[in-house]
Design a protein around this ligand. Structure first.
Ligand SMILES: [Zn+2]
Length: 80
C-alpha cells in the first residue's frame, strides 16, 4: 500500500511539465473583426462595430437622414 503512489505522482508531475512546455506562448488573437470600422457617412461619427441595425437607425434619425444615407455599406452580421 502506498508504494506506487510516489512514482505515480512523479509521473504525473513530469507529464504536466511536458504539457506546459508544449503549450508555448498564447496564440495570437484574431483582430480582423475588431479592425472593421463603422463610420456614419453623413456626420463621420465612429460607431461601435457591434452596433445593431436598431442602434444605427436611431443614430440616422438623430442626423435626420435615412439609414442608407448614414450607413450605405452596413451589412447584417448573420452573413457567414
Ligand atoms: Zn451620423
Amino acid at each position: 500500500m502506498g508504494g506506487g503512489n510516489g512514482a505515480k505522482a512523479a509521473q504525473k508531475r513530469e507529464r504536466n511539465q511536458l504539457q506546459n512546455a508544449k503549450k508555448g506562448p498564447a496564440s495570437q488573437l484574431k483582430s480582423n473583426e475588431a479592425s472593421k470600422k463603422l463610420v456614419c457617412e453623413w456626420c463621420h461619427l465612429n460607431m461601435m462595430v457591434t452596433c445593431n441595425r436598431q442602434q444605427l437607425e436611431a443614430h440616422a434619425q438623430k442626423d435626420g437622414k435615412p439609414f442608407e444615407a448614414c450607413f450605405p455599406n452596413w451589412q447584417p452580421k448573420s452573413k457567414k
